[in-house]
Design a protein around this ligand. Structure first.
Ligand code: TRP
Length: 327
């Protein structure tokens, strides 16, 4: 075993195919080499979504179904709900004592959120502390590696700084977690922009075959290719990007046919959608089965939360001891 991994997502909705090839498939591979913890970060979702919590329970279920159908294996990994492991909250509290506010205020992700959400006047305390809670998530398990996208790097840097400061003040308790960044192709949304729930441009793991055909049909391809036989430019076309990722064997031939004008966009989209469907087939079947058996999903989460809590509680005890809060 190479070490311990923790990663997670906020339960904000269903996973799309960008999550699948960008994160989940990587997690599935890591399960064989690391002790793994994967958390559904429901508390984190409140930092910006506290006004509308009606969907949380459903989102947790859907997210767990996405993860399990993509291949996370509850026998190998602890798959759990953050709020079921109360030690995260207590460690967050202890860390909040030693974390300078200036570290949090300079966090670039926070600055972006303040701008995007227009909340400079009324920022909530929980959002400022987002990375402190994330540090607690990671360090409860003494995780040594955290697979994340680039947007999370500032948070990971803060987790390292918090670990370092704790160790300096109270003795060596925590490892400094490293990020595990994998380079994977970006899956564009159907509009060619970054795939994101809020942009309404996503293809979801849970979509039906028809939905995927319908969505891919709406893709804007190469605007210079007006007629079927016009030569196209695959490198500017998001449908070609789908072929690259989901239709590896035929990528070169699709490129040639597009560039020489022998393949029209309508056909190319049909083929692309079919290949995405083919890629998702087993995952979708498994997901449909799982969703018929929500009890299995809840049992899995309960078991994962218990296993996670055992480790997190022990770490918390160590931290409390180091701080002289218990003997
Ligand atoms: N901040 C992460 C995101 O938005 C979710 C998250 C919460 C996380 N706790 C974590 C990721 C710990 C990695 C490690 O995607």
């Amino acid at each position: 075993m190479k070490g311990t991994i923790l990663s997670g997502f906020r339960p904000t909705g269903r996973a799309h195919i960008g999550h699948l090839v960008g994160a989940l498939e990587n997690w599935v591979r890591l399960q064989d080499d690391y002790t793994c913890y994967f958390e559904i970060a429901d508390w984190h979702s409140l930092t910006t979504g506290y006004e509308s919590t009606g969907e949380i329970q459903n989102n947790i279920l859907e997210m767990a179904a996405d993860w399990l159908s993509a291949g996370l294996d509850p026998k190998k990994s602890a798959i759990f709900i953050q709020s079921e492991v109360k030690s995260h909250a207590e460690l967050h509290l202890l860390f909040s004592m030693i974390t300078p506010v200036s570290w949090l205020e300079r966090n670039p992700t926070l600055k972006e959120q303040i701008r995007d959400l227009n909340i400079s006047e009324n920022m909530n305390y929980g959002l400022l502390g987002y990375p402190v809670l994330q540090a607690a998530d990671i360090l409860c398990y003494k995780a040594t590696a955290v697979p994340v996208g680039e947007d999370q790097l500032p948070h990971l840097e803060l987790a390292r700084e918090i670990a370092r400061r704790f160790n300096l003040l109270y003795g060596n308790v925590f490892p400094e977690p490293k990020s595990l960044i994998t380079q994977f192709p970006r899956v564009p949304g159907v509009d060619g922009k970054k795939m994101s729930k809020s942009m309404n441009n996503s293809i979801y793991i849970a979509d039906t075959e028809e939905e995927i055909h319908r969505k891919v049909k709406t893709c804007i391809t190469d605007t210079a290719k007006v007629h079927k036989n016009d030569p196209g430019h695959p490198d500017v076309c998001n449908v070609f990007q789908y072929h690259r990722i989901f239709n590896k064997n035929e990528t070169q031939s699709i490129r040639n046919q597009c560039e020489t004008g022998s393949l029209g966009c309508v056909e190319c989209k049909k083929k692309g959608a079919a290949m995405i469907n083919e890629y998702l087939k087993d995952i979708r079947d498994k997901r449909n089965e799982l969703m018929k058996n929500a009890d299995f999903i809840y049992d899995t989460l309960k078991d994962g939360s218990e296993r996670a809590a055992a480790v997190a509680n022990a770490t918390l005890k160590e931290a409390n001891k180091a701080m002289n809060l218990i003997k």
